[in-house]
Design a protein around this ligand. Sequence first.
Ligand code: NAD
Length: 251
Amino acid sequence: MSRLKDRIALVTGSGNGIGKATAIVFAGEGAHVHLADVDGAAAEATAAAIRVAGGHATSHITDITRGQDVKALFRAIGTAHGKLDVLVNNAGLNVRADFRHLTDEEWVTIREVNLDGVVRMARDGFELLKASGRGSLINVASIMGSRAMRQLVAYSATKGAVAALTRGLAVEYAPFNIRVNTISPGFVATALTKQILRNPTITDALVAETAMRRLGEPEEIARAVLFFASDDSRYCTGSELVVDGGMSASL
Ligand SMILES: NC(=O)c1ccc[n+]([C@@H]2O[C@H](COP(=O)([O-])OP(=O)(O)OC[C@H]3O[C@@H](n4cnc5c(N)ncnc54)[C@H](O)[C@@H]3O)[C@@H](O)[C@H]2O)c1
């Protein structure tokens, strides 16, 4: 229960879903967790629940598409701790649309959060991760980064780019003792997938294509993120861990 004892961790998009579960799991393992979300009330609600349970958590209202928000976030963590041990780039969104009808605005919206935001966080967080001496940067991509599904073309493109970004950063950051890895979840019932999973025909088809015959739980993704955050993965960098109940393994 102390795999992250005295570590400083930052999780984006931690007001809801997978990020929230990750923040709670990290705090349970002894980390001081910083929760950054554009939905500040949700981030603070998670942070408050962690503190009530005896953990250490601080919330921040951060829009990762805004450069000044990201700089202010790292400045606050730098002032408080002088280092960052774990950074989880989890915040993400989806816009479902047939690609041929995708508007410029929709493309920019999805790209700014899923890709540009991750780029900004990975770049601006470098100095604090380096100061850790054993930094771990984890990017949450998706199995959709290497697969296709109708109306998820733009989403898939951003997630594939995140996986490529991870590999490049793993090489560049290794001399600074910063490991960089990707978690690629399958389908998990959260606000992000609500629209897709609202359709029982689609849900049944997705479950049928999953070897374990069920969707994932946010905590099951969080446990995999914990592996990359902790010393258990100390020889892993540039790796992608797929957590999808066997969906990609089944044909
Ligand atoms: N749910 C799934 O099935 C699934 C599958 C594969 C990958 N993922 C990925 O997991 C991550 C988390 O997804 P989730 O399902 O928990 O979604 P979610 O919608 O439940 O939570 C996403 C969180 O990100 C926050 N957020 C959105 N835009 C932001 C911004 N600009 N700045 C800061 N925070 C922002 C939201 O406020 C929200 O709290 C995403 O990157 C998503 O693409 C999810």
